[in-house]
Structure formats: structure tokens, C-alpha cells
Design a binder for this molecule. Sequence first.
Ligand code: AMP
Length: 395
Amino acid sequence: MKTVKDVDFNTKKVLVRVDFNVPLNDDLEVTDATRIEAARPTILNILESGGSCILLSHLGRPKNREDQFSLRHILNKATEIFGVQVKFAEDCIGGAAEEAVSNLKPGEILLLENLRYYKEETEGDRDFAKKLAKLGDYYVNDAFGTAHRAHASTAVIADFFPKNKCFGMLLASEIIHVEKVLKDGQPPVTAIIGGAKVSSKITVIENILDKIDHLIVGGGMAFTFIKATGGHIGSSLVEEDKQDTALDILAKAKEKNVQVHLPVDVIAGDSFSEFANTTTEPADNIPEGWLGLDSGPRTNEQFATVIAKSKTILWNGPVGVFEMEKFAEGTIKLGDAIAKATANGAFSLVGGGDSVAAVKQFSLSDKVSYVSTGGGAMLEMLEGKTLPGIQAILD
Ligand code: AMP
């Protein structure tokens, strides 16, 4: 895998696709700069090797060049993070971009205006990609968050750089860490799949069954499994039409010698609310009118025991409605168990879904081995798909 570390960028003008799709507040200030920080190693590497950076990104989903989606709003934050005054071009193609690029010197950074001001970006338009390509000598993709999209700047553009293209350090790092679980995972390998729905995770589960020893199923999706095997789940979340799929997954897991762990008890609420009355019930015998909203104490212990003996851990999706304090305990205990196993030498990857938010909320980011930066992209990697943004660099 060729990365920026393998290239001499001396005097080169390098087009770097980054993911600066960051949240802004009402005053149009950046409220979470994680994605800008994540691009720092790649950008500094190019500058230190004598090149200049032309940054390509999108921000939000503009329809008509609305100012609120202008990348100008992130200039100050980017300048602060990179320690170099970031220049700005009012457009990503055409005269304004070309002039700014021609003035760019080694060691400098230029940010181009929002790519999605052109619908051609998401359409993967070849002519648009060609216009972008014309601006630089080299193409680097470091935008993991959009690597699952075949857009002009994430995939099509790479065609114009048959030799002069490589991975940025963030993108490379995401690939290496997923492979550490899916290809080279040291056994026992445990996957924890939680979240709301079975339907959004079926392909992930099917793809990982060959690679894991334990499958922990938690969160709302567990109730489809529990109901399918004859349990009474009260008014808990269920996908009636996915019960056969759940049974099929259980049968395949047995065939492949994967031990499946479902919740044995739950914290149930009498409404989906922070103000609900709560009770602890067996997961397969929840009274009518009550909803299982978090894993119960016995479940938390059992999940922690499995995690403690795992050498490789993948965590995707919370095991309860962690956004509500009353139903956050299971997810907190699970995160703590993963942190403890990591401290004892296990490799842990958190990614693809709301577990990343949970890890941040409960300050566990530094206590797990790797937290993925791309929700949808990570989910597709776990599904075993080859992402267009990655394939375009490999071709
Ligand atoms: P995902 O994006 O698939 O990781 O799903 C995350 C969402 O699942 C979070 O917003 C949780 O609140 C929700 N969730 C977790 N457990 C439950 C549950 N028992 N019932 C309903 N929703 C849940």
C-alpha cells in the first residue's frame, strides 16, 4: 500500500482529498475539529517533503451555493491546526482555483471551495474530475469518510494520475486497522454488534462470521433474535420480517463454531423516554407494554467475561439507548470491559455506527486501540465491500 511516506513531493503541487465535513454552530464556527485534525499527519508530511497542498473537500449538502456551506468558515480552525496560514480559493475549478494554484509555493496550503457546490461532484462526472485533476501534479486520498462514494474527487479523479497517486495516512491507517481484525485477528476474536436494527447490520454479521469466535448481539436488534427463538419481548423494538434472517444467522454461527451471546436480562422502561419507570426483567420474558432499553446486570457481567478473554475485539453499535442516562449503563460497562481488555493487551477497534459517539461521550477514545473516523465507510468495509475510493488508488 503506497502512502505519502513513500513519495518525494519536492516542488510538487499535491491534490489532497480530505474530509473536512465538520459540524458548525449557528455562528458558523467549527464545533468538532476531529476530522481536520485527522488530516494533519498527511498534510504535514507533504509540506515537510517539499510539496504544497491543494485541499479538496465537501461540506454538508448544499443545493445552491448557500454561504452556510462555504469551506471559508473552517479556514481559521485549519490554520490553527496545521500551524500554517491556509489560503483559500473561492471556487474549486476554473479561473479562481487556477490562479490560486499558480501562486502556490512549496510549504503552502490552499483550500478550495466546497466541491459539492457542483452537482457533478456526487455524480462522479468525468469532465469535472478532469478539471480538478488539472490543478495538481499528484493525487492523495485521505478522506476515509467518503471513501465509500464513487464521487469525482474521491474515485474518478484517480484515473488522471495513473502513477502519481497514493493513500494519505488516515485512509491507510483505517485500512490497516480493519485488516488487523478481519484478516489477522488474533483469536479469540469477538465482535459486538449492537444498535437499533438487525436490517442495517445483516451484511456485516454475515461477512464477519468466518473471522470471529464470539458474537455478542446487543441493543434493539437483539429483540428480533430473542423473539425469533420464542422469547416474549413485550413492546421492545422488533423487525418482524427479519426473524427468519435472525434464525439463519444463528444457524450459520453454529455451523461455523461461533458462540453467540444474547442479553439474558434487560432494563425495561414503560416508555421510550428519559422519564420512564424502569424494571429489570429476563430478556425473554418482558411484560407487555414494557420495552427493553438497556442490557441488565447479569448480561453486562456475561458480556464482560467474554470480552476479558478476547484478544481481538470489534465494537459496532451500543447495547442500549445510551443517549438517555437511565439506559446508558450497559454501554458504559461494555466500553469499560473493552478498555480493560485493551489495557491487558487485546486489540480493539470501534467503528461503523453510534458506538463511536458512545466512546467519545464516555471518554474511552484513548483506552481502545483504534476509533474509526468514518461511520458509513467503516460499515461497508466490515461488510467486506471494496470501497471505490480505495480501489481507485490500488488500480
Ligand atoms: P446504530 O446507528 O445502528 O449503531 O444504532 C444506534 C442506536 O440504537 C442508538 O441511537 C441507540 O439509542 C439505539 N438503541 C440501542 N439499543 C436500543 C434498544 N434497546 N431499543 C431501541 N433503540 C436502541
